[in-house]
Design a protein around this ligand. Structure first.
Ligand code: CU
Ligand code: ZN
Length: 174
């Protein structure tokens, strides 16, 4: 092997190594919200957000729920300090749209409308969905709320989902 081709090979290996390192970091990065119960409630768990090609993948595991559906939203303020979590403000709605289904287009839903969690008989719910309208870079500092009742996806302004039973602020994961 000539000196020149050895150098070229070394440069290629360096580029390949850097690409592997960068790729590894990106795929590991996520945002998360640790859900804690509001006063008198027992909802706990974690919600993670991953950047994917089609938008933002949301993966949640929540327990301490009554069986059945519970409204699940992003709210505009990253503040769960009030005993009833009213400090988290209203639904995340940067586009000024009405409340709706997570499957609706951007003019017919709040970006924070994630639909419902569906708890099993043991009070546990999982959620795994890719949202094509959410922007990963905008999520840190918002909050994730779990409600006592089902979000009917139509009532204004918040789906008639009842009290806020769990709340967590979105922050950088490890
Ligand atoms: Cu809500
Ligand atoms: Zn909404």
């Amino acid at each position: 092997m000539t000196l020149r081709s050895t150098r070229r090979l070394a440069a290629l290996l360096l580029i390949a190594g850097a690409a592997v390192l960068l790729g590894g970091c990106n795929s590991k990065e996520y945002l998360k919200a640790a859900i804690a119960p509001t006063q008198g409630n027992s909802a706990t768990g974690e919600v993670r957000f991953y950047q994917v090609d089609a938008g933002v993948r949301i993966v949640a595991s929540i327990s301490g729920l009554s069986p059945g559906k519970h409204g699940f939203h992003l709210h505009e303020k990253g503040d769960c300090s009030a005993p009833d979590a009213m400090s988290a403000g209203g639904h995340y709605n940067p586009l000024g749209a009405p409340h709706g289904s997570p499957d609706a287009n951007r003019t017919a839903r709040h970006l924070g409308d994630l639909g419902n969690l569906n708890a099993d008989a043991g009070g546990k719910a999982t959620y795994d969905r890719v949202d094509s309208l959410l922007v990963y870079a905008d999520l840190a500092g918002l909050s994730v709320l779990v409600h006592g009742k089902e979000d009917d996806l139509t009532s204004q302004p918040a789906g008639d989902a009842g009290p806020r039973i769990g709340c967590g602020v979105i922050q950088t994961g490890e």
